[in-house]
Design a protein around this ligand. Structure first.
Ligand SMILES: [Zn+2]
Length: 135
């Protein structure tokens, strides 16, 4: 029962506890397929109540990749498949996910790449600025 850690901080009032376990629900997340057959990993969704503000929030296992019901390993596997140029329909079929979910993972990747580009452009801009000043 190590897959449902205690919350560190309340997302509503930022209190660091105490928390009371409100509900425990066994469920499953999509996992990396083996031999092109979909697999799932079972775990618990735990709902905690913050004693300070009485709000309830959900904690997923540390190996889950919210907001989607898939493991972090599966998310990385999809990234690798996309990088290798695998068609979305094939990735969807192997993993048991729908094409829409695969596309949303790809969108996350694209926005991450875009952010990285923006950061390096800023860095580049600073560098240019610095070299203009030094001349
Ligand atoms: Zn709270």
């Amino acid at each position: 029962m190590t897959d449902h850690p205690m919350p560190q901080q309340c997302p509503f009032c930022q209190a660091q506890g105490p928390f009371k376990r409100h509900a425990l629900r066994e469920t499953w997340w999509r996992d990396v397929p083996t031999e092109s057959r979909p697999r799932v990993r079972r775990g618990h969704m735990v709902r905690w109540r913050c004693v300070t503000c009485q709000q309830i929030h959900t904690i997923q296992p540390h190996w889950a990749a919210p907001p989607r019901r898939m493991t972090q390993e599966l998310a990385r596997w999809i990234q690798r498949q996309l990088a290798q140029g695998q068609p979305i329909s094939q990735i969807a079929q192997a993993s048991g996910l729908d094409g829409k979910t695969i596309r949303s993972v790809r969108q996350d990747l694209e926005s991450m790449r875009h952010n990285q580009q923006a950061v390096s452009q800023i860095a580049c801009g600073r560098f240019l600025h610095a070299s203009i000043e030094s001349t």
